[in-house]
Structure formats: structure tokens, C-alpha cells
Design a protein around this ligand. Structure first.
Ligand code: TRP
Length: 361
């Protein structure tokens, strides 16, 4: 069986370090591993519109931001098909059929959707489209027969639902679709990178993000204001690592070699942590190290972004040809789906032949 990746992001803002360690970095590694037959990365504008119906300009402006972020982290359009969700209408068609295979109560149990409804204060005014987005996400994944979805933990309920839909579809209509698997980040710090304020998640609405496109100056300022250990009042005092942002970020971004290279007096990250918990290591030193590590990661990304920014028409060309290519693949799956569901009236010769016999006297 072919190994196929599909994943994507909502274009509601620039991408940040949470996206990077949660999924982007892995995507680039997988892309360059040569282990996958096809890779699709989708800018999920239709999904973004499910809770931004009144703000289409925001989505429109952020498509290019996300595309620039993709290209600047090293997603290579020669190897990865980058496309825009709304430009593949087959995805809507497929979602419409999947809605018959899922109950309302099943979607209501989705923990990610539950949290999002709370965060957006929807209460009784949940848009139907927003409520159904997990079903539409199942169509994004299965239209490409994806086997692997590299994504953060919050996407796990979507993949689970997708697997259920695939099983139900194949059971009713015959084997047609492929069951995907989620590929989660491999360490806890990457799984759920907290915001710079120490709150659970990096999120634009909380203003606690470091963006891939932030300047070195902005990153430094954000690192310096990071939440650490509020009880660590003097350098001599023992510090706590739990919930301590600079250390969590170091877990996500720094290798032992980075630590040894930038702070030769320490034999890796563990040694640094030990010194901190023992007492005698100041937050300033840790932040300085983190700032250096982040800038080593971000500088080449910024540099590439700057280059792509000089040729926006070319970026749109990439998105256009990616969308055309994605559409061909989805259309092929939809042909198979329609045949399995017996709604391929005009391409089924048997149907017409049998009914001719049935009705002729
Ligand atoms: N829900 C994802 C997000 O919030 C975006 C997305 C849409 C997606 N369709 C997808 C992710 C399919 C993985 C696979 O960012």
C-alpha cells in the first residue's frame, strides 16, 4: 500500500513555534525522508470559515502568510503538494455523504470541539458548519487516501472519527477508503508547547505566541518576558522546572549538543536543569541560552521567508498548481466513492441495460 501524508492548518494567523514543534518540523523531516509516496499539505480555509464567516478578509490575508511559513520552514513544493482546501470542491461533496454516517451525539462528544465551543463562547449559537468540521476533516484526509496524519494531540479526536467513518463506509459500501493514523510529536514539550505566559497552549487570542516570522528583536523581548518560576526570587534559591517556560522550550528546541556548544560549562540539558533546581543558576542565563537556540532555528527560516516574500506571484502559482494536482487526486477518489455508493448513474452501463430489460415489454 502507498504511504501518503495529509495534514494542514487553518489560515487564521501566522504560524508560531507551537505549530513548528507540534507538526511543521516533523513534516519537513518526513518529506525529506523519502519514505512517503505522496505528501499533501492543505491550507484549510473552508474550515477556518466555519467560525469566521463574517471575516473572510482575515482568512484571505492569512492564506499567503501560512504559505510563506510553509515554504520558509522547508516544505518543498517539488516534493509536497501544497493546496487550498476551498479549491478542491470534491472535499465538500465527500463531507456531505459522510454526514450520513455520523450521529450528532458522536460529534458532540469530541473533546476538541467542546473546548473550542467554550473558548469561542458559542453556547447556543454554534454554526452548523463549525459543528460539522470534524466530519469535513475526515473527508480532507480520506479524499487523498492518507495513511499518516502528522498533527498535534488536539487533532487525535478528528483522526479517531475519520477511522470510524472509514470503517462504516467500507462496511456499508464495500472497501473503498483507507484508515489513517495520527503521527504525534515524540516528546511532551512538543506535544503541547505552552505560550510565553505559561498558559496551556500558544494561541493568538491569548497574545502569548512567538511567530516563525518574528524578528530576532521580537523573539528576544518575548523570551525575556517568559513565565518562569515565580518562587525563584534570587539566583541562589532552588528553582522549579514544572511549568517553567524557558526549560519547556529548551526541551522542545535544544539538543544536548546545543547546550554544550553554547554553555560549555554544562554537559547537556540535564546538567543545566540540575544546577537550576539545586540553586545558583539565574533565569537570565537560561533565557539567554534559549534565545540563542531559538534564533539559530529561526534565522534560516526568516531568511528563506524574506526571499519568498520578494515573489508573491510565484507563491500563488505554487498554490494554484498544488490545488489543481490535489483536485485530480480527490476527483479520482470521488469517482470510486460514487460508484461504491451507487450514485454513478451515468457511468454504470449495467444499470441502464438492466432497467431497459426490466421496463421493455
Ligand atoms: N483542524 C486542523 C487545525 O486546526 C486543520 C485541518 C483541517 C487538518 N483539515 C485537516 C489537519 C486534516 C490535519 C488533517 O489546524
Amino acid at each position: 500500500m502507498e504511504k501518503i501524508i495529509l495534514t494542514g492548518d487553518r489560515p487564521t494567523g501566522r504560524l508560531h513555534l507551537g505549530h513548528y514543534v507540534g507538526s511543521l518540523r516533523r513534516r519537513v523531516e518526513l518529506q525529506n525522508s523519502g519514505e512517503f509516496d505522496k505528501i499533501f499539505v492543505m491550507i484549510a480555509d473552508a474550515q477556518a470559515l466555519t467560525d469566521n464567516a463574517d471575516n473572510p478578509e482575515k482568512i484571505r490575508q492569512n492564506i499567503i502568510e501560512v504559505a510563506l511559513d510553509y515554504l520558509s520552514v522547508g516544505i518543498d513544493p517539488e516534493k509536497t503538494t501544497i493546496f487550498i482546501q476551498s479549491q478542491v470542491p470534491e472535499l465538500c461533496e465527500l463531507a456531505f455523504y459522510y454526514m450520513n454516517l455520523v450521529t450528532v451525539s458522536r460529534v458532540q462528544r469530541n473533546p476538541t470541539v467542546k473546548t473550542e465551543i467554550k473558548m469561542r463562547n458559542f453556547e447556543q449559537s454554534i454554526p452548523v458548519g463549525f459543528f460539522c468540521y470534524p466530519v469535513s476533516q475526515a473527508s480532507d484526509i480520506t479524499a487523498f487516501k492518507a495513511t499518516t496524519v502528522p498533527a498535534g494531540e488536539d487533532q487525535a479526536p478528528m483522526i479517531e472519527l475519520t477511522r470510524e467513518i472509514v470503517n462504516r463506509f467500507n462496511h456499508i459500501y464495500g472497501p473503498t477508503l483507507v484508515e489513517p493514523e495520527i503521527l504525534l510529536p515524540d516528546n511532551a514539550a512538543c506535544m503541547r508547547l505552552p505560550g510565553t505566559d505559561g498558559k496551556a497552549k500558544m494561541s493568538k487570542s491569548l497574545g502569548n505566541c512567538i511567530y516563525l516570522s518574528d524578528s530576532a528583536k521580537e523573539v528576544k523581548k518575548k523570551v525575556n518576558s517568559m513565565y518562569t518560576d515565580p518562587e525563584h526570587l534570587t539566583i541562589d534559591m532552588p528553582g522549579h522546572l514544572e511549568g517553567n517556560c524557558p526549560f519547556i522550550y529548551l526541551d522542545a528546541f535544544a539538543t544536548d549538543d546545543d547546550v554544550k556548544r553554547l554553555l560549555p560549562e554544562y554537559d547537556g540539558l540535564e546538567a543545566l536543569k540540575n544546577h537550576y533546581t539545586r540553586g545558583g543558576l539565574g533565569d537570565g542565563t537560561v533565557k539567554k541560552l534559549l534565545n540563542n537556540v531559538l534564533n539559530e532555528t529561526l534565522e534560516p527560516i526568516r531568511e528563506r521567508r524574506h526571499q519568498f516574500e520578494q515573489d508573491i506571484p510565484m507563491v500563488y502559482d505554487i498554490l494554484k498548481s498544488g490545488s489543481e494536482k490535489a483536485r485530480e487526486v480527490a476527483a479520482q477518489t470521488l469517482d470510486e466513492v460514487r460508484a461504491a455508493m451507487k450514485i454513478n448513474y451515468f457511468s454504470d452501463e449495467n444499470l441502464i441495460r438492466e432497467q431497459s430489460l426490466k421496463f421493455k415489454r
